[in-house]
Design a protein around this ligand. Structure first.
Ligand code: FES
Ligand code: FES
Length: 133
């Protein structure tokens, strides 16, 4: 089987799909090679991510990785969400085929792009905190 049960589950029944109209932060990333685009919306209260939604125009693995990434950061502190790595996303999905690893990178980057937006909106340079995306 190319895809794990978890990938198939998150692809066919993605969690937290949609937009947050009054989001505190929005991040959008894309992969130039495959053309897939991922958009992540966050609600943040203090230093806690209280809500997350995503929209992904992309492959099944991109949808599954964004879906599980939203679950992994919802209710967490910003500092914990910043530690979300694509490796953790892959592990949470019980693996991804090699050609689909970059989809998990996109999920990590979408979270980081949204958090960068959050800092930027407060006049804080995100690069030292979030790193290069
Ligand atoms: Fe993303 Fe085929 S490359 S859908
Ligand atoms: Fe490019 Fe999945 S094929 S994000």
């Amino acid at each position: 089987m190319l895809y794990s049960e978890k990938v198939l589950d998150h692809f066919s029944n993605p969690r937290n799909v949609g937009e947050i109209e009054d989001a505190d932060a929005v991040g959008e990333v894309g992969n130039a090679k495959c053309g897939d685009i991922m958009k992540m919306y966050l609600k943040i209260d203090g230093d806690t991510i209280t809500d997350v939604k995503f929209k992904t125009f992309g492959c099944g693995a991109a949808i599954a990785t964004s879906s599980i990434a939203t679950e992994m950061i919802k209710g967490k502190k910003i500092s914990e969400a910043l530690k979300l790595s694509n490796k953790a996303v892959i592990e949470a999905l019980d693996g991804l085929p090699p050609a689909k690893i970059h989809c998990s990178v996109l999920a990590e980057q979408a979270v980081k792009a949204a958090l960068s937006d959050y800092y930027r909106k407060q006049g804080i340079d995100p690069t030292p905190i979030v790193g290069e995306i």
